[in-house]
Design a protein around this ligand. Structure first.
Ligand SMILES: NC(=O)C1=CN([C@@H]2O[C@H](COP(=O)(O)OP(=O)(O)OC[C@H]3O[C@@H](n4cnc5c(N)ncnc54)[C@H](O)[C@@H]3O)[C@@H](O)[C@H]2O)C=CC1
Ligand SMILES: O=C(O)[C@@H]1CCC=N1
Length: 263
C-alpha cells in the first residue's frame, strides 16, 4: 500500500507509528508544513517526509487527512486537480462532513471518514468508519488499514460525532480515571511509580475480562463485591458522590460541544 498522511501532527503520527509497526505499508509519505519535528521517522526506509502535499498525492493511493478542520478546504482545493479514480481519501478530521469534501473533490472520488484514536500508535485504537456512495466498496480496504491499528466498526455518518466523543475524547476520559486511581493509591501509601503500575494494569485487566468473557460489567462487579465487604463500600460511596452520573454528564457536554462545530 502507498499511503500518505497529510498533516502528520498528534493523531497523524500515532497512525504512522501503528502502520509502521505492522509493516502494512510499502511507502508512507508524511506531510507537515515544518518536517523538522518528524525526524524520528527517518529511521524507516518506507517513510518520505515532505511539506509538499501535491508530491505526496501524486505518489500515494491512499490519502489520510489529519489536519485541523480549518486547513482542510485549502488543502483539498490545492490537490483536487491531482486526484484520480485510484485515490482513496480518508479523513480523520472532526466536523468536516463527506458532503463538504465531495463539494470540493467531486462525488466520484472515494471518500471515507474514519475516527480513530491515539491508541493507533500501539495497535489498540477503536476506529469508527463511514463512506460516501462511491466509497462503499472500498470500506473493506479502509477496515484492513484501521484493523492493523486496533478494532473497527462501520457506522452511519450521523453517528460519527458521538463516536468521536466515546472513542477519541474517550482516551482522555480513561486517562483521567487512571490518574485519579493512581492518586488514591498514593494516598494509601504506594510510591507514585507503583501506584501508576497498579492503576494501569488493573484497568487493563478489567477491560480484558470483559473482552474475553463477553460478560456485562455488573457480572464481573458481582464477582468482586463480597457482601458487607470493602468493594461495595467504596463503590456505593463513589455512586453517592456521582461517579456514573458525572461520567454520563461529561460525555453529554462533550457531545453538545462537538455538535456546535459546523459539520
Ligand atoms: N488528537 C486526537 O486524538 C484526535 C484528533 N482528531 C482530529 O484529527 C485532526 C488532527 O488533530 P491533531 O493531530 O490533534 O492536530 P495537530 O494540530 O497535532 O496536527 C495537525 C497537523 O497538520 C499540519 N498541517 C497544517 N496545515 C498543513 C498543510 N497545509 N499541509 C500539511 N500539514 C499541515 C500541522 O502542522 C500539524 O502538525 C483534527 O481534525 C482532530 O479533530 C480525531 C480523533 C482523535
Ligand atoms: O478534542 C477534540 O476536539 C479532538 C476531537 C477528538 C479528540 N480531539
Amino acid at each position: 500500500m502507498k499511503i500518505a498522511i497529510i498533516g502528520a501532527g498528534s493523531l497523524g503520527q500515532s497512525i504512522a507509528k501503528g502502520l509502521l509497526k505492522n509493516e502494512v505499508v510499502q511507502t508512507l509519505y508524511l506531510t507537515k508544513r515544518n518536517t523538522n519535528t518528524l525526524q524520528s521517522f527517518t529511521n524507516f526506509k518506507e517513510v518520505i517526509l515532505t511539506s509538499n502535499n501535491q508530491e505526496a498525492v501524486k505518489n500515494a493511493d491512499i490519502l489520510i487527512f489529519a489536519v485541523q478542520p480549518k486547513h482542510l478546504e485549502h488543502i483539498l482545493t490545492n490537490i483536487q486537480p491531482l486526484l484520480f479514480d485510484r485515490h482513496i481519501l480518508i479523513s480523520v478530521i472532526t466536523g468536516f462532513s463527506i458532503a463538504k469534501i465531495e463539494a470540493i473533490v467531486g462525488p466520484n472520488i472515494t471518500i471515507i471518514r474514519a475516527m480513530p484514536n491515539t491508541a493507533s500508535a500501539v495497535g489498540q485504537s477503536m476506529t469508527c468508519i463511514s463512506a460516501n456512495t462511491s466509497g462503499k466498496e472500498k470500506v473493506t480496504l479502509a477496515k484492513t488499514i484501521f484493523n492493523s491499528l486496533g478494532n473497527t466498526l462501520e457506522i452511519p455518518e450521523e453517528q460519527l460525532q458521538a463516536a468521536t466523543v466515546i472513542c477519541a475524547s474517550g482516551i482522555a476520559f480513561w486517562m483521567r480515571l487512571i490518574r485519579a486511581t493512581t492518586q488514591g493509591a498514593i494516598q494509601l501509601g504506594f510510591e507514585a511509580h507503583e501506584a501508576h503500575e497498579l492503576a494501569m494494569q488493573t484497568c487493563f485487566g478489567a477491560a480484558s475480562l470483559l473482552k474475553e468473557s463477553g460478560n456485562h460489567p455488573e457480572v464481573e462487579i458481582d464477582r468482586v463485591t463480597t457482601p458487607g465487604g470493602c468493594t461495595i463500600e467504596g463503590l456505593n460511596e463513589m455512586e453517592h458522590q456521582g461517579l456514573s452520573s458525572s461520567l454520563i454528564k461529561g460525555i453529554k457536554k462533550s457531545f453538545d460541544k462537538i455538535n456546535q462545530i459546523k459539520n
